[in-house]
Each structure stands twice: as C-alpha cells, then as structure tokens.
Design a protein around this ligand. Structure first.
Ligand code: HEC
Ligand code: HEC
Ligand code: HEC
Length: 447
C-alpha cells in the first residue's frame, strides 16, 4: 500500500513534469515558428496584397499588354536595370509608387494630380503620352499616403531586388547568381534568393530566404550548405524527429541538385549565398550614376550622357544600331555612329574642327567656319535639325508591311536627361552630338 502511494506520487510528479515540458516545448515551438521575413520578402507579400502584380505581372517580372504604351506593355520591374525610361535610382522607385511618375518626368516640374492620367478635353493626357513617352491605357496609380514609411522601404527593397541592379562584384559570386537563376532556385527562394514563397505544412509556412535569420538555423556551415543543395535535405535534420516531421510534411520540398550541377557551379552558388548574407557588401550598383564626376572632355561627357540616359538601349552601344523596331520602316531603330555624315561632314579634319568647337563649349550656331569647313551652312542646318529632333522626339515612319504602330519611338529629351527633371541644356545635347561625331569611321581610315 505504502509502496503504491509512493509510486503514484512519483508517477504524478513525472506526469506534471511531462505536461510542463510539453507546454514549454509548444510555446518554444510557437516562438521558433514566428516568421522572420527579410525586407524583400515583406515587400513581395505587400506588392501581392496591394495589386501591383495585376499590372506588373506575376512577381513583377513579365509585364502585361498595355495598348499605346511605349514598350507595348506595363513595364516589368526588371526593365529598370537597362532601360532609362523607368527607374534610375532607389529614389525614383519611391517616386513612381508615391506619385505615379518620378519627379524627373513631371511636366514643368509640377506634381501630377491623382487624375493626371485621365483624358481631358484639353488633350493634356495625350501630351503625357508623347512628351513623356510612357503613356498607355493602363496607368501607374499614385499610392501617396497608402503605405507607412517602413512598408515603403520594403516595397522599394523588393522592386529593387527584381531590377537586378545590385550584383556581386566578384566574378565567382556573379556566376553563382546566374547558376541559381538557371536552376530555378529563385522560383522557390524568391527574387535573388531574398524572399521565399509560401509553403503549406512547413515549419514557418514559407520557403526560407538565404539572407534572413532562418538560414543560420538551417545551415550551420558550408558542409551543410552543400548537403542541402546536393541532397535537398541534411542529416542533422533527418535525425531530429521534429525537424524531420516538418521537412517531410511540407508541400514543397527542396529538390536534390546532385545530378544536374556542373563543374564549378557548387562553389559559385556558395560564393553567391555568402555575398548575399553580407548584405550587399562588395556590390556593383547598376543604377546609372546621378552626376557625372568632372569628366576631362566634352566628348567624354557626351559618352557618359549617351549611356546614362539610355540612348544606348535603343540605338545600341556606341550607336551601332541593330535594335529591332517592329512595324517601323526599316525595321530597326537607326544607328547613330554615322553622325558626321548626317551633318554632311565627309572628312575627318572637318569633323575634328566641329568637335573642337563643342570642346570649347561654344555653340555651333554662332560659328563662321566657312573658310575651313566646306558648305558649313549645310552643316549648321543639319546640326539644328538633329538637335531639335533630340529635344522634341518623334515617331518613325510605319513599315508598309506591318499593320500596327512602331513599338519604339524617339522620346522627347526636353526634360529627360536629369533625375531632377530640369530641362536638358543645349550644352548637354552638344556633348552627345560631339561624342557621336567621334564614332564615325571614314572610308580612308579603313584602308
Ligand atoms: C493599374 C495598373 C498598375 C498598378 C496597380 C501598379 N502599377 Fe506600377 N506602373 C504601371 C504602369 C502602366 C507603369 C508605367 C508608367 C505609366 O505608363 O504610367 C508603372 C510603372 C511603375 C514603376 C516604374 C517602372 C518600372 O517598372 O521600373 C514602378 C517602380 C512601379 N510601377 C511600381 C509599382 C508598385 C510597387 C505597385 C504596387 C504598390 C504598382 N506599381 C502598381 C501600372 C500599375
Ligand atoms: C521546388 C522549390 C525549391 C527549389 C527549386 C530550390 N529550393 Fe532550396 N529549399 C526549398 C525548401 C522547401 C527548403 C526548406 C527545406 C526544409 O526546411 O526542409 C529549402 C532549403 C534550402 C536551403 C536551406 C537554407 C535556407 O535558408 O533556405 C538552401 C541553402 C537552399 N534551399 C538552396 C537552394 C539552391 C542553391 C537552389 C537552386 C540550386 C534551391 N535551393 C532550389 C525549396 C526549393
Ligand atoms: C525608346 C527608344 C529610344 C531611345 C531611348 C532613344 N532613341 Fe533616338 N530614336 C529612336 C527611334 C525609334 C528613332 C527613329 C525616329 C524616326 O525615324 O522618326 C530615333 C531617332 C533618333 C535620331 C535621329 C536619327 C535619324 O535617323 O534621323 C537621333 C539623332 C536620336 N534618335 C538620338 C537619340 C539620343 C541622343 C538619345 C538619348 C538621349 C536617344 N536617341 C534615345 C528611339 C530611341
């Protein structure tokens, strides 16, 4: 009898320990399971919730058809890395979201009203289309006042991640970025590996990003990282019943990449993940710099402006052309490496004379070079035409074959060269023309 009571007491004691333990375990689990999202990941979910993908396509990467828009579609965020029309900096992403248009493109420096995109009887909206070169039927709404400051930061972080404008400086890590993209890692681990998709039945409910706090729990060292990538699971988790429960129960499983990895790809992936976890240390920023530092020559400034402003995106690097323009006569955006010929300058010496004028910061309008450059009035005339064309932009002629409008037009550069929306100066255009003049190859040079 005495014995049984004692046994009971012991049993009861053990039982209460068990309950306490289970309770502690459960709350610990709840704590552990609290999500630890990264800014990019929060931005992704916010963008999804706020309808951004309705217009910018799933994940903001594909764009949807947009009648009348310059590119024929709403821009996917990825356009920002290479094409100037849309975003040139973090600040501009913010401005697009707040005002529906970055300050650089505000007409006469005035903030557009909420309804600035709607057609008015005055035809103002048509003017946006031509002048800004970005207007389609579907317009970017102004979200001013909708988001808190930190939500805005998250959205900007997400959009910026999609633009791919920040990349590793080291060639190995950059290779890793490409391998990860090729193998579809980003489809599950989110854009750049920075923000995972939902995963029902998993420990935290989502696929863990590589740059967050979850990673440290899942990957203790590079050996484990390799194990994850090769096998899609790690031994340490297999041995832990709780971890194994979630790993095996989750809907989306990490694939084993053992059979598809090629030489050097594992090392590259590891380098990339290390880079990501150092929060962008040693990065190349593909945003176009806002200000050119002091450049030695006017031609150098022209070259900088030509690439910075995105002329190269349409006219090809170095103005070589070759960029297709559907439904435009000729089928291509014109090349610009024959600017001397366009100005009716047929000799290298004459061209140098004109470039020298620009180098001194003078206007070609006031020059009297008739003695040195033959038919100089014609040169001046052509120069003015080209200059005006750059300022006002224009539509290329339609191809006789196609029945639609040309997909690309020449934007008006009046307000476009600068992030602050200030008008483009004559000196800037002269600098670009001077640069283009230096690209001409003359026949006797080829021999
Ligand atoms: C109703 C459709 C629509 C919605 C919703 C929308 N956008 Fe846009 N967005 C556009 C269009 C169209 C443009 C191109 C400019 C224009 O034509 O007005 C654009 C341009 C942009 C740009 C600059 C271009 C680029 O892609 O680099 C950013 C950044 C942007 N939107 C972010 C967002 C974010 C973030 C959200 C959600 C909070 C959002 N947009 C919601 C239609 C939309
Ligand atoms: C089909 C979706 C999917 C794909 C594709 C995928 N993973 Fe995973 N990955 C997961 C899931 C799910 C987990 C979480 C596994 C777990 O908890 O058991 C995970 C876990 C990981 C981890 C653990 C640490 C962490 O924070 O994520 C690493 C590292 C990882 N994956 C790397 C990669 C790499 C590199 C690639 C491409 C070569 C890749 N994954 C492709 C779904 C995927
Ligand atoms: C969105 C694409 C696009 C961008 C960006 C662009 N252009 Fe153009 N450009 C065109 C198209 C298309 C034409 C042809 C227009 C025509 O035939 O009327 C053109 C024509 C021109 C011409 C006239 C060529 C000729 O054949 O008469 C000049 C000069 C020119 N662009 C300079 C520039 C400069 C300088 C920049 C950058 C500041 C620039 N372009 C940016 C698309 C573009």
């Amino acid at each position: 009898m005495f014995r049984t009571i004692r046994t009971w007491k012991i049993l009861l004691f053990l039982f209460s320990l068990g309950v306490l333990g289970a309770m502690m375990g459960a709350s610990l689990l709840a704590y552990e399971r609290a999500p630890s999202p990264t800014p990019v990941m929060r931005g992704f979910y916010l963008a999804q919730e706020m309808g951004c993908f309705a217009c910018h396509g799933p994940g903001g990467v594909v764009g949807v058809s947009n009648e009348g828009a310059l590119w024929g579609e709403t821009p996917p965020f990825r356009a920002g890395g290479s094409i100037m029309s849309f975003v040139q900096s973090d600040t501009e992403i913010r401005e697009w979201i707040m005002y529906g248009l970055p300050k650089r493109l505000w007409l006469d420096g005035k903030k557009p009203g909420k309804n600035h995109h709607r057609s008015t009887s005055s035809g103002k909206s048509a003017q946006w289309g031509i002048d800004q070169g970005v207007g389609g039927i579907i317009k970017m709404p102004a979200f001013e006042g909708v988001f808190t400051g930190s939500q805005m930061d998250d959205l900007v972080a997400f959009v910026k991640a999609v633009t791919d404008s920040q990349r590793p400086m080291s060639a190995d890590a950059e290779l890793g970025r490409k391998v990860a993209s090729k193998l579809g890692c980003f489809g599950c681990h989110g854009v750049a590996g920075r923000g995972g998709m939902s995963n029902p039945g998993s420990f935290k409910g989502y696929i863990p990003p590589w740059d967050g706090d979850d990673y440290a729990v899942l990957v203790e060292n590079d050996e484990e990282l390799k194990e994850w990538i090769l096998k899609g699971r790690i031994e340490r988790f297999e041995k832990n019943p709780l971890a194994a429960y979630f790993t095996n129960g989750q809907i989306i499983q990490m694939p084993a990449f053992e059979s598809v990895l090629q030489d050097g790809e594992m090392e590259a992936l590891i380098d990339y993940i290390h880079w990501l976890r150092k929060d962008g240390e040693q990065s190349l920023d593909f945003w176009i710099e806002k200000e050119a530092g002091p450049l030695p020559t006017v031609v150098a400034r022209g070259k900088w402006l030509f690439h910075r402003s995105g002329c190269a995106a349409c006219h090809g690097p170095g103005g070589i052309g070759g960029v297709p323009n559907k439904n435009a006569s000729g089928g291509f955006v014109p090349s610009l490496n024959d600017m001397a010929e366009r100005l009716e300058l047929f000799e290298p010496e004459d061209t140098s004379q004109v470039v020298a004028v620009f180098e001194r910061g003078l206007s070609l309008d006031d020059q009297h070079l008739g003695e040195v450059v033959p038919e100089f009035e014609n040169v001046q005339e052509q120069y003015k035409n080209i200059r005006d064309f750059i300022i006002t932009g224009g539509y290329p002629g339609k191809s006789s074959k196609g029945d639609g409008e040309p997909t690309m037009l020449m934007p008006a550069w009046k307000y476009r060269l600068y992030a602050d929306g200030s008008p483009t100066s004559r000196a800037d255009i002269d600098a670009i023309i001077a640069y283009l003049l230096t690209l001409q190859t003359f026949e006797d040079e080829d021999e």
